[in-house]
Design a protein around this ligand. Structure first.
Ligand SMILES: *[C@@H]1O[C@H](CO)[C@@H](O)[C@H](O)[C@H]1NC(C)=O
Length: 277
């Protein structure tokens, strides 16, 4: 075997090892299941490079119509890479869905319509006894750590997966005597443990994710906007890069594709028929 081939073989071997340290492992993917209660359905299919999670989006636990919308079956199809790619510029979070739970329920940007904190302060919304609520289109979702029914302080518990393919874990983590908080995490609300990157859901802002650590392969929206500062959310003591800030950066757009994306995002965020409750 020529030396070049040996190098290639070595690189491929290293890459296989890399695959095992990023994204959802086989055992993590196997944890995406539902009890079937409350019309919750979920299936996971995979290719050599992706997992696709298809779900009804219904919680498989009790819910109440508190805001006062009622959850209805959705048609969630989330495809994530088995091996996420670290983004060179961290991705902004769209309004609405940013991730999906192990039970197929939407996880949302911490901001609600009007770009205000959905969880805390004067703009805090009403959540049911399981920490979720539905949009006017019936999409049940969590904006915060679902600590009443989905997760109940189990150690090293998989909550779900972000749209870039990195897993989201609960804050009770082996090796830490207290729940992890935002101050222990990077801007995107993640941490590398045992060589594997994970997001951590916490009780403090921004609760789930602060930005996307990895590349989003879904081309229906562009998350590559570089957020300029965290001062917009300084009162919450946590970083958030939310895509709606694009509308504040129109003067700095340099390419047609960015402008097209901007128009699309603004249209999405102002569509009268859907509110990001
Ligand atoms: C984390 O979970 C373990 C196992 O359930 C529990 O013993 C421990 O008290 C929890 N840690 C915290 C900080 O709540």
């Amino acid at each position: 075997m020529a030396p070049v081939s040996l190098v290639t073989v070595t690189m491929v071997t290293l890459c296989l090892y890399c695959d095992m340290t990023t994204g959802l492992s086989t055992s993590e993917a196997a944890q995406f299941t539902v009890s079937g209660s409350y019309s919750a359905t979920l299936t996971v299919s995979s290719t050599s490079t992706t997992y696709t999670i298809s779900s009804s989006g219904m919680p498989d636990h009790a819910w109440q119509s508190v805001n006062p919308n009622t959850p209805t079956a959705q048609n969630h199809v989330v495809t994530v890479p088995k091996t996420p790619t670290v983004a060179s510029t961290k991705g902004c979070l769209p309004m609405g869905q940013i991730a999906i739970t192990r039970t197929g329920v939407s996880l949302y940007n911490p901001l609600a319509s009007g770009y205000v904190n959905a969880v805390e302060g004067s703009s805090a919304e009403t959540f049911d006894s399981c920490d979720g609520h539905a949009t006017d289109r019936g999409d049940y979702h969590y904006h915060k750590l679902p600590s009443s029914c989905l997760w109940q302080n189990e150690l090293d518990y998989l909550i779900g997966v972000a749209m870039d393919g990195y897993p989201i874990y609960g804050p009770n983590t082996t090796g830490y005597s207290a729940w992890l908080t935002t101050s222990s995490l990077d801007d995107c609300h993640g941490i590398t443990i045992g060589g594997e990157y994970r997001y951590v859901a916490t009780t403090d802002f921004p609760y789930l994710l602060g930005c996307f650590h990895g590349v989003i392969s879904d081309s229906s929206f562009d998350t590559t906007y570089s957020c300029s500062s965290s001062t917009n959310y300084a009162q919450w003591n946590g970083y958030l890069c939310s895509c709606h800030e694009l509308s504040n950066a129109a003067n700095s757009l340099t390419s047609l594709s960015q402008i097209v994306t901007l128009v699309g995002l603004v249209a999405m965020s102002t569509a009268p028929s859907q509110q990001f409750l």
